[in-house]
Design a binder for this molecule. Structure first.
Ligand SMILES: [Zn+2]
Length: 347
């Protein structure tokens, strides 16, 4: 009865709302309905995205897989080749989690909004350490999901530098600093580009396909450029770069059409590097919030930024859902033991 009474009083209140308030209420109800249908379908979406080409064993990639009953409401499978069993979330960001899916949705939303590890921890009621692992479990999977990428057509290329950081390495665990420490997020002392800076190479084409990879310490060489881009740029593409000389040899080796923008100029005919420059300035603004990023996790942050740039036209709710789905698609070992002793990943 009380339900009916409260609905009646709600109706009376709604009748008093003006048009703009009604519109707000309508949007709110729409959002609530979308969220509940998201939740109801999420497990099905995970399964369909992960096994879009049929069921595959996450341990040995065999397709000789049979269904093997349910455990705690989750479908289990058995691999006939390696004899191991698995479920829809084995080797994903969500494997072995004790948290409800709602907490992960809220967490992913916080990551899209750019909340800190601590803020996101408070939001879902976990400790800072758990929040850190949640962030990197998601990012390890997003990094594999995004891959290096592929660019074609007119491609702008450049590089930017982020200070090397040993953040998170503790003396207690036997770590020895190879140089005197800096205050976090502070500029490196050596002038110019030194080995204390990590070089991030970037390529962006006119369809907003992005390659964004930490590649080495200090200046990039043409060999390193070739090793990274060889399989990831179209052989017919036109590359636009600044006057940095590594790109001349690189373009020559891969026989790419090369337009150089000379120092002090903004463009060369219709060719320019404005998009890659603005990508770098936006990246720096976005990175500022982290107050320095451990070099060993830098590739995760680049994948995160690339993901945000690549999936930026959808509504926040859909982006949140997609972030979790993309964290479930690839097979990635996200056990916490794999974080200890991690080295920086350079392509
Ligand atoms: Zn197997």
């Amino acid at each position: 009865m009380s339900d009916r009474v409260s609905v009646r009083s709600l109706k009376a209140e709604i009748a008093n709302l003006n048009n703009s308030q009604l519109e707000q209420l309508f949007n709110y109800i729409g959002e609530m309905l979308t969220v509940s249908s998201f939740r109801a379908n999420l497990n099905k979406d995970f399964r369909e995205s992960r096994f879009s080409k049929g069921e595959v064993c996450p341990h040995c990639q065999s397709t000789y897989v049979v269904k093997n009953g349910n455990l705690n409401g989750k479908q289990r499978y058995l691999c006939r080749d390696c004899k191991k069993s698995f479920n829809d979330l084995t080797k994903s960001a969500l494997s072995c989690t004790k948290l409800p899916i709602d907490a992960w949705l809220t967490y992913a939303q916080g990551m899209i909004l750019g909340l800190s590890i601590r803020e996101n921890a408070e939001k879902i009621g976990v400790c800072v350490k758990t929040s850190f692992y949640m962030r990197h479990k998601i990012l390890d999977c997003i990094r594999v999901f995004m891959g290096t990428g592929f660019v074609d057509g007119v491609v702008e290329m450049d590089e930017c530098f982020i200070p090397e950081s040993y953040k998170g390495n503790h003396k207690k665990s036997g770590f020895v600093m190879p140089r005197p420490s800096r205050k976090r997020g502070k500029q490196v002392k050596k002038r110019g580009i030194s080995n204390e800076q990590i070089c991030i190479v970037t390529a962006i084409d006119r369809n907003n396909n992005i390659i964004l990879e930490p590649i080495c310490k200090g200046r990039v060489t043409s060999d390193a450029l070739e090793a990274l881009y060889k399989e990831h740029v179209d052989s017919e593409c036109i590359i636009c770069t600044d006057s940095h000389k590594s790109y001349i040899q690189f373009a020559k080796d891969l026989e790419l059409d090369h337009k150089r923008i000379m120092r002090g100029r903004y463009k060369n005919g219709i060719y320019h590097i404005n998009h890659v420059n603005s990508l770098h300035s936006n990246l720096k603004v976005w990175m500022y919030r982290f107050k320095g990023v451990a070099t060993k996790f830098l590739s995760n942050y680049m994948a995160w930024y690339k993901w945000l740039q690549s999936f930026n036209d959808e509504k926040e709710l859909i982006r949140t859902k997609n972030m979790l789905i993309h964290s479930v698609v690839p097979f990635v070992d996200t056990r916490i033991c794999s974080y200890h002793g991690r080295e920086a990943v350079f392509i």
